[in-house]
Design a protein around this ligand. Structure first.
Ligand code: NDP
Ligand code: AKG
Length: 477
């Protein structure tokens, strides 16, 4: 089997590899991928540093053309790349192809942004002086990504970093390197100069830690767990480095008595169980008012009975496998915790056998849960949700906001008054009305509040806040 190597200073290198396993069929090796050492990582950082002066001053048309070319190739290959993503991560083929399409759209968006770089000119408060405000590239950006969106998250970090003239050291999750490798290969062949984008696959404890410890990385953008996010933050403060964190969620989805039941059930099923619940925007707390509670639980349970859990590549599969054995153990442990805390297991909870060996888990619904339970406070990151019964909208809003996290939230209601109040008072970065809490657009800001996020927003033109440094210049006329 071909060894997929790291890209360091424009050269593919590396010898030892780790096998990437298909979670729908653990007998299938998706590919062999090189594991970077500490020295490889240091070489990649040095290459990115050396490439920065030239790339940060590169013509905007060069950046535009490169980003456009990459987006075009991703689009043309979306079915093949979608299949690769589904095989390595386990989301369904339809979800994976949609994610690849999103990756193409992100490159297209930032190809456009490269042509729209702008600044401001203002008069000084002192007569005869002009003020110019411009944005410079930041320097070497460290990109550390998780396993759950192996092409979209790298795309929404790499595309703006390149667009604004930064160079990159990119470490994808060790569990799912294939889609990231394909993305880097596309960018490399599109003609990126040597050293501008370096790929260092391997373990977070080696590659990631070397990046955190380096004084030559000016900014780190990270998506993943709260624990690793804290390490990124502490190391970055030590190096006076800019950092941006997207971490977990415990996102609420409120269902009010006046909701359209069909809309509420569709949105809840999507939010909590699609993509196997492995989205930081997934909703794991369904907060339901008394008048609709029983009808909602019974309609959602009927829906869950129709969802097919199977191989991500099979036509007709609604929910693919959990990503690996350790995430499956975490999900199963939380199901046991929920039961021991006194929540009622209304549906699911069983690990399933399918024709191939894989990590299949039934969508799992708890009812009679309280917001104080661990299953309602800690991120599970699997197809597990808990219904919390509340008296009215006011209690629903209080419970929705009673969490350490604040990434996304949702409400199902036909009341304009409640929808408007929820939009204004939900303590989340992204609020959805009659829509799932997950599944966001690629051209608008993405990010949360409280323990979910730190630093400027990602995506859309708001991405410029992280990937550029503002300069204010005064000129005596
Ligand atoms: N917010 C989100 O979108 C996500 C949240 N999670 C949450 O995190 C839990 C655990 O998932 P996990 O994959 O372990 O998350 P991590 O936070 O460990 O992984 C995210 C990235 O950080 C890297 N990393 C790990 N340790 C270090 C380190 N010391 N220095 C620098 N980088 C490091 C990982 O490398 P590597 O994996 O290669 O070792 C990976 O590339 C999940 O169950 C879920 O609750 C997980 C994924 C996404
Ligand atoms: O919901 C989405 O579309 C994006 C989710 C995401 O970025 C994540 O789970 O990390």
């Amino acid at each position: 089997m071909m060894l997929h190597k790291n890209l360091i200073a424009g050269e593919w290198s590396g010898s030892t590899g780790t096998a990437n396993i298909n979670p729908s069929n653990t007998n299938e090796v998706v590919g062999e991928f090189a594991a970077a050492t500490r020295n490889d990582t240091l070489t990649a950082i040095a290459a990115a540093k050396a490439a920065f002066p030239r790339w940060s001053r590169s013509p905007i048309l060069e950046r535009h053309a490169l980003l456009k070319k990459a987006g075009d190739e991703i689009l043309v290959r979306k079915d093949e790349l979608g299949a690769l993503l589904a095989r390595e991560e386990g989301k369904t083929l339809a979800e994976a192809t949609g994610e690849v399409l999103r990756g193409a759209q992100i490159f297209d968006f930032f190809a456009g942004e490269a042509l729209r770089l702008s600044g401001e000119t203002l008069p000084s408060v002192r007569p005869g002086i002009g003020v110019e405000i411009t944005r410079d590239a930041v320097g070497v950006i460290g990109i550390i990504t998780p396993w759950n969106f192996p092409i979209a998250i790298p795309a929404w970090k790499i595309a703006p970093a390149l667009c604004y003239g930064n160079t990159i050291v990119f470490k994808p999750a060790d569990l799912v390197p294939a889609s990231s490798w394909a993305l880097v290969d596309i960018l490399h062949r599109a003609g990126l100069p040597s050293g501008v984008l370096n790929l260092v696959m391997g373990k977070g404890s080696i590659v990631g830690q070397t990046m955190l410890d380096s004084p030559d990385i000016q900014a780190i953008t990270f998506t993943g767990s709260t624990g690793t996010g804290k390490r990124v933050a502490l190391a970055s403060v030590e190096h006076n480095r800019r950092f941006q964190l997207e971490m977990g969620g415990k996102n609420p989805f409120v269902v009010l008595d006046d909701a359209d039941l069909q809309v509420a059930v569709d949105a809840a099923a999507n939010s909590s169980f699609f993509s196997t619940g492995q989205r930081c925007t997934a909703s794991s707390r369904l907060i339901v008012t008394e008048g609709i509670h029983d009808k909602f639980v019974s309609a959602l349970t009927e829906r869950l009975k129709t969802l097919v859990v199977d191989d991500a590549m099979k036509a007709g599969t609604h929910i693919g496998p959990v990503v690996d054995a350790s995430q499956l153990k975490q999900d199963v442990d939380y199901i046991a915790i929920g039961r021991s805390e006194g929540a009622k297991l209304s549906f699911g909870g069983e690990v399933l056998e399918r024709s191939n060996p894989g990590f299949f888990l039934q969508p799992t619904l708890f009812t009679e849960a309280s917001n104080a339970m661990r299953i309602c406070r800690e991120e599970i990151f699997g197809p597990v949700a808990a219904v919390i019964r509340v008296k009215d909208y006011e209690e629903a809003l209080f419970v929705a906001n009673d969490t350490n996290f604040g990434l996304s939230s949702g409400i199902a209601t036909t009341s304009l008054k409640h929808a408007t109040h929820f939009k204004r008072n939900s303590e989340a970065g992204m609020v959805m009305i009659n829509l799932p809490t997950a599944g966001v657009d690629f051209h608008v800001p993405f990010g949360g509040r409280k323990g979910s996020s730190y630093g400027p927003r990602e995506q859309g033109r708001y991405a410029a806040e992280f990937y550029t440094s503002v300069k204010t210049a005064y000129t005596l006329a």
